[in-house]
Design a protein around this ligand. Structure first.
Ligand SMILES: C[S@@+](CC[C@H](N)C(=O)[O-])C[C@H]1O[C@@H](n2cnc3c(N)ncnc32)[C@H](O)[C@@H]1O
Length: 291
């Protein structure tokens, strides 16, 4: 299986651990790439890891097996990070990491995240959740679909694509990623079909954000962080979408009484990192230290 390459690995883990302290909360454990690096860097450190994807947790457990006894993992939505800490019996931690978006494991799975792989329209990171991409594509009103594609996907052809989806589903439900890709491509004028990014990129991103309520979850979770960080503790957030970054930026700006901002401008991957891991190209890291 293709490995997930952790993004901004040294930058994120240096910032996170730079305030001292030993107990860290990784809100997006994924394959455990960042978590492993923290455990390597800080002697006697301990990681509490959260992910809502069962498969991610299995992979993380394997990747962290050399650190047995120095981590605990919870299957949870990170909006419930306060409850996780309560269950763990920890009042406050020394650092919290959010590495948003999806992992390479998810993208390469058969769960409908990728437009390059024909699969049922699912896109749920948490498979216990009800809402799937199928529901969004087949049941959302046209105007709502159009809004999601425009806002979350910044898709210029949102109206046309939403129209085409609705027209198609009137005949028969749209079941697979392949069918959806075919509809999107058919709407794209020929001259735009072979641009820098595939015409389905933005639509898939938009539907994934909607299915997983990514922006809402981020807003709610961030608001809970100040009370759960020790003084000098660090909050590090890596985002991959301009709307996410806007939420993070605003969060820190409005709480300058609670956080000293450590990244005046967001940190972005070097050209070398982007060359080695294209998925890192849109990453932006912001960090603050709890006052
Ligand atoms: C980019 S990956 C993290 C990769 C990880 N830092 C690593 O180095 O292996 C993001 C992970 O966050 C998880 N995730 C996203 N939103 C979440 C949420 N609201 N609650 C819990 N986990 C979430 C996803 O399931 C995914 O595994």
């Amino acid at each position: 299986m293709t490995e997930h390459v952790p993004v901004l690995l040294e930058e994120a883990t240096d910032l996170l651990t730079g305030g001292g302290g030993k107990v860290f909360l990784d809100c997006t454990l994924g394959g455990g790439g960042h978590a492993k690096r923290i455990l390597e860097k800080v002697k006697d450190s301990y990681i509490i890891g959260i992910d809502w994807d069962e498969e991610a947790i299995e992979i993380a457990e394997k990747n962290l097996k050399d650190f047995e006894g120095r981590f605990s993992i919870y299957k949870a939505n990170f909006v419930n990070l306060d409850l996780v800490l309560k269950e763990e019996g920890v009042d406050r931690v020394d650092g919290m990491l959010f590495d948003l978006g999806m992992s390479m494991y998810q993208l390469r799975s058969n769960r409908g995240f990728s437009f390059q792989r024909d699969a049922p329209l699912d896109m749920r990171m948490d498979r216990e959740q009800k809402l799937t991409a199928y529901d969004v594509v087949n049941r959302y009103p046209e105007r709502e679909l159009e809004r999601i594609l425009r806002e979350y996907g910044e898709e210029r052809l949102s109206r046309r694509i939403a129209r085409a989806i609705v027209k198609r589903r009137e005949k028969k439900p749209i079941e697979t990623t392949g069918e959806l890709v075919e509809i999107i491509v058919s709407v794209y004028p020929e001259r735009l079909r072979y641009g820098r990014i595939h015409p389905a990129t933005r639509v898939f991103q938009a539907i994934r954000i909607e299915v997983n309520k990514e922006l809402e979850n981020l807003e709610v979770a961030l608001k809970k962080t100040p009370e759960l960080l020790n003084h000098g503790g660090r909050l590090v957030v890596i985002s991959f979408h301009s709307l996410e970054d806007r939420i993070v930026k605003r969060f820190f700006k409005e709480r300058q009484n609670l956080f000293r901002i450590l990244t005046k401008k967001p940190i972005t991957p070097s050209e070398d990192e982007i060359r080695m891991n294209l998925a890192s190209r849109s990453a932006k890291l912001r960090a603050g230290e709890r006052i």
